[in-house]
Design a protein around this ligand. Sequence first.
Ligand code: HEC
Ligand code: HEC
Length: 290
Amino acid sequence: MADDRKIDEFSGVETTGHNWDGIEELDNPMPKWWINIFYATVIWGFIYMMFYPAYPLISSYTKGFLETSERTELAIELEAVKSSRAIFVAKLDAATLEEVRNDTDLFNFALAGGRSAFSVNCSQCHGSGAQGSFGYPNLNDDEWLWGGEIEQISYSITHGARNTDDDDALLSDMPAFLRDEILSADEIKDVANHVLKISSQEHDQAAAARGTVLFEENCAACHGEDGSGLSDMGAPALNNGIWLYSGNLDTIVETVSNSRAGVMPAWGGKLDSATIKQLAIYVHSLGGGQ
Ligand code: HEC
Ligand code: HEC
């Protein structure tokens, strides 16, 4: 090959001696700037290896003079986050709900914690946006079964309703008016028409008129004279168009005939008090808090 090297007649530069169908290659030296950068990266590589973890050994690796790594840095950062969290959790534990609401940092911390605790523990029943579904109350609106003040919400979460594991669970049982033979099927139709009337829906006027007295006698004690609900009884308003079990005639007849008795678990034994506070604050903040 070396035999084929020659001086190119146009540029005066020696060729490499390679020849492809008459095309030849000049043997120009590599540019200075390129060589310099190449050496600089090699030197940089050595310096980096001296200071940072770089080279695998049999059961470990070279640690470098700085003895640092992103893994240890992450651990330090996590430790810092954890200890600042611990401070907040301790503060939260000590504060009353009212005090938390007046402390912006603590409040925001509680809100974020409440949101994530909600998606873990509550969303399977109340929906990921707390919007509720058939039989599971929407927690975003201003309609409350058991009251929307923050202490009431906290109580609902801590003790739940109609469950068997908490002696202080909220309790109020709407009778099953047909099954318990308190009202006849016709009377239930009448009182259901009264409910349609007070919720401003289409109704049979004669039936609703008959149902009005039945409502006063059988329902008003829990749902209120005008049907606006009583949170002491866990009885929802029937006159505002917001329904737990939907408000058409058939569903109302079914509710009154057999009652529903929705069960909300008690969280007092399952979640710590700081988490329950966070949840109460989160739920209260959803827009319907009183
Ligand atoms: C197994 C289903 C279920 C789970 C899980 C659940 N709930 Fe409930 N929750 C209910 C039902 C049903 C009711 C309505 C009870 C009733 O009819 O009185 C309710 C009622 C409530 C109420 C009272 C609403 C009102 O209008 O007064 C609050 C507040 C509440 N839940 C918050 C929570 C929070 C916070 C969690 C998570 C820690 C949670 N719930 C988890 C089923 C559930
Ligand atoms: C002892 C109290 C009590 C009495 C009396 C009572 N209710 Fe209720 N009612 C409740 C409670 C508590 C609920 C909440 C639903 C549940 O059990 O989960 C409810 C729910 C309802 C609902 C469902 C509302 C919705 O949002 O879907 C209707 C409709 C209703 N009651 C109608 C009546 C009528 C009509 C009467 C009278 C014939 C009556 N109730 C008597 C306590 C009562």
